[in-house]
Each structure stands twice: as C-alpha cells, then as structure tokens.
Design a protein around this ligand. Structure first.
Ligand code: F0G
Length: 458
C-alpha cells in the first residue's frame, strides 16, 4: 500500500479557540454591523478571513528571532535578509518595509503620477488603491478564462498579451510607468501565472521599454503550480523556478505576511540603481532607515528563514494539499467554486450559490455572514463591497465575479477544521433557495470601504 501524504511538521505549541453558539454569533454579528472585520477574534471559531500574517512560524524562525540584530543602521539581520533576497530573486537592491502596501506606496511614489495607467492581472485592492490614490488608473488585462469559474484552465492568473498590447498601443510610453504582475493572482482566486506567460509579458514589455514588477505575496505557491502543471518544470527545484520567474522582472513588491510566513513585514527589491536611490528617500520618510524600513531586526531574521522554508517542496505540498482538501469537499457537495483550485484559498462563487439575492444587496457578503452564523467560520467578501465605487462616477462597481474567499492560514489549522468549514457551507447550500435578501449600506468610507463598512439587513 502506498503511504499517504502527511504534514511535514508536528505541533509544539497550541492556542485554544472557542466554539460559540449560534445565538451568541447572531448578537455579535449584529453588533459588528454585519461586517466581519468588526468582529473580535475571540468571537470567531475558525478564522479564514485571510492567510496574511496569520500563519504559524517554525521553531527555526523563532530561533532566528533570538539572534536578531536591532542596530538602527547596518544590522546583520538586514544583510542576512539581503543575501537571501539576492540569492532567491536575483535582485541587487533591497528595501525592507512594514508590509506589502508599504512597498507599493514607496515604489509608486517613485514611478506613478497623475494620469498614468498601470496594466496588470487583476491588481490586488491595496495596489489598485495606491494607483487610484495617485489619480492614475489600473487596467485589468487578465485572460477571459479567469472570469468563468467552471473553466479548468490551469493558469488563470495569466495576462492576456493581446489586451496588454492594446494598452501599450493606446497610451504613450511616458504614461505607462510599469506593469504589475501579481503572483499568484489573489483577486481571481489564487490562480497562478505560467512561466510561458511571464516570458511573453517580459518580451512585449522590453519591446515597448516598460518595466515589469511582480507583486510577490504568494510567489512560492505560484512556483509550485509551475512545477506541477507546466511542461518542462517537473524536475526543477522551486528555487530554480523562482530564479527563472524573477529573471523576467525589473523589481518586486512583497507582503511577507503570506509566503514569507511571518506575521508582519514586507519588502521592495529591484535591479535598477536609479529606482533604489529614489525609493530610498521615500523609504526613509515613510518606513524607516534603508536597513530596517519598518521591520525589527529579529523579524528580518525570521523572514530570511521563512523564505527558505517556503521554497521547500514538502512545505508547499503540505500547504496546497490542505487548501485542496477543503476545496475538493466543496466540489463533492456540488458547491460552485473557482476551478481549478488555487493556492491560498478556496473561492466560492457566490452568484451561483445564492441565485435569489440581487447584486445590489451584496451577494458574497450575504454568504459570508451566513457562514459565520452557521459555523463560526469567518471568510471574506471579494465582491461588490471590495470593488468599491468608481472614483469618477461614484457608482458601485459590480465585478464580474462575487466570491466568498476562504483563505487558509499557513500551518495553523488541521484538516478537521476544514471539515467543519465544508459542513457549514453544505448546510447553507441545502437551504440556499430560502435566502432571498442581503444587506444595504448604512455607512461607508470614501476609499477601501470594505474594512469599515456598516451594513443593515434588507
Ligand atoms: N498584494 C497581494 C496580492 C495581496 O494579497 C496583499 C494582501 C497585498 C499585496 C498587500 O499586502 O496586506 O501586507 O499590505 N493581501 C491580504 C489578503 C490582505 O487578505 O489577501 P499587505
């Protein structure tokens, strides 16, 4: 008999969690104005709000914490991290920052100005936020297959080269400061970008002399999919694949809270000395001196170790197996999800799930609240609330897809927890035709409203 696959770790420390009752949850979610971000973590049983900063560090990472160097300038922890970044991604220059959006803020302060356009594959909301905040425009060039949740295309994070070329031809070069390629593409379902596509993007960008930057939050998960799904990569190590991926880019922003497997941190790395010089000024202003930029020395050490661990095949197999364990149960129950399953999360197709809730009543949010009430599980809406209003017309933007995202924190929950999540959703699926109404907005912020929005039952 072939031995089954099991986790590549054992557990050394545990954190108790409280399984609440439905009546407690009804009270709490009402007090939270039906916004799951307003809940206290103690009111959540299984927290799949995000895989960002919520993972468990290894004993090696905790060990590295103890040897952190907290010098203001020239800390050994910085050089430790820099060496790792150079080795893995091949970039000469590194600026640590406190998290991913800070890297965007620093880099876009150098590159993006009013009136610019920034093409990419479904930019993440903070990326889009930082572009729009500068009165520039993010243009989505994702392939059409990504918007059909039943289509089994293996690299739904890919950029449509034809769409990208149209942008390059339509706008003068001076108005296109960079292309952002998000690895994996979070907004379309944790979907990977193929090596072939990265190569094509780079070739076209070079023809038009436009730099390519990778949003690298989940770079290792992307490399794993290339190894598993793309011809010619089965025998390559994850590190070799990462090295090739980044040979096609000019720079990277990274939220280390995902594939860095740390709870806080980020980085900006690049090959151009001129970018580095300009970005250093903004880094010092917004983040901190160039050798720590918002991160404690100990945390840079933990990140350097995390970058090592995340590129081990055994780790990635454990990680992605768990996400697929959850996703496959939902598929077996007939629940519509983004296919094929992605890297960090299962994305439930809320429009197909709750067919009677009108789009004006926030379909995916309705499903997210139902799941919380049913099982104490917190997912997150990736739909109309997140898509926000059009900056010019101030009308709601209705995205093609409304998702309930169930993001799985790294090395944190067991498959028994995944069973609870799947059973909770199955119970709702069985009574889905009785759910006819969602929510209306009572209060919202002018930008990134989903974090603080207050809702009322319809
Ligand atoms: N880029 C991507 C692809 C992301 O998923 C995120 C964060 C960021 C940038 C910003 O990084 O949070 O460190 O400032 N994603 C989290 C999520 C919040 O839940 O998907 P940050």
């Amino acid at each position: 008999m072939e031995l089954p696959f099991a986790e590549n770790y054992r557990i050394k420390m545990v954190e108790p969690i409280y399984r609440s009752t439905r009546s407690e949850r009804e009270k709490w979610i009402h007090e939270a104005h039906y916004n799951l971000f307003n809940l206290k973590s103690s009111q959540v049983y299984i927290d799949l709000l995000t895989d960002s900063g919520t993972g468990a560090m290894s004993d090696r990472q905790w060990g590295a914490i103890m040897t952190g160097d907290e010098s203001y300038a020239g800390s050994s922890s910085f050089f430790n991290l820099k060496e790792k970044v150079q080795d893995l991604f091949g970039f000469e220059y590194l600026l640590p920052v406190h998290q991913g959006r800070a890297a965007e803020n620093v880099l876009f302060s150098v590159l993006v100005k009013e009136g610019d356009v920034v093409p990419g594959n479904s930019h993440f909301d903070t990326t889009k936020g930082h572009i729009e905040f500068r009165k520039a425009k993010a243009i989505d060039c994702t392939i059409d297959e990504a918007f059909d949740t039943e289509c089994e295309y293996l690299f739904k994070g890919n950029i449509d080269i034809r769409k990208l070329k149209l942008v390059f031809d339509k706008y003068p070069k001076e108005q296109i400061p960079l292309i952002v390629v998000t690895l994996t593409c979070n907004s379309s379902g944790g979907q990977p970008v193929s090596m072939a596509n990265l190569r094509q993007v780079s070739k076209l960008a070079k023809e038009y002399n436009i730099p390519v930057v990778y949003d690298s939050a989940r770079f290792a998960e992307n490399a794993w999919f290339i190894q598993q799904r793309e011809q010619g990569y089965r025998d390559k190590s994850i590190k070799e694949i990462v090295r090739e991926m980044y040979s096609y880019a000019d720079g990277m922003t990274m939220s280390s809270k995902k594939d860095g497997i740390v709870n806080m941190g980020g980085l900006l790395a690049m090959s151009h000395a001129e970018w580095y010089e300009k970005a250093s000024v903004f880094n010092i202003m917004y983040e901190g001196f160039v050798t720590y930029g918002g991160m404690a020395g100990r945390d840079m050490n933990a990140l350097a170790t995390g970058l090592d661990e995340v590129t081990e095949s055994e780790y990635l197999e454990t990680r992605i197996n768990q996400v697929h364990y959850l996703g496959q149960q939902l598929i077996d129950y007939g629940i519509p999800v983004q296919r094929p399953l992605g890297g960090h999360a299962v994305f439930v197709d809320a429009k197909k799930f709750l067919k009677h809730v009108p789009k004006e009543e926030y379909i995916a949010q309705t499903l997210a609240v139902e799941l919380y009430l049913e099982a104490g599980v917190r997912g997150v809406e990736v739909g109309t609330l997140l898509a926000d209003r059009d900056p010019e017309t101030h009308l709601n933007r209705y995205p093609k897809l409304e998702f309930l995202r169930l993001a799985v924190p790294r090395r944190t929950y067991t498959n028994n927890h995944m069973d609870v999540v799947a059973a909770g959703l199955k119970n709702i699926f069985d009574r889905r035709n009785r759910i006819k109404h969602g929510f209306k907005i009572e209060h919202e912020a002018p930008i990134m409203r989903h974090f603080t929005v207050e809702l009322k039952k319809y």
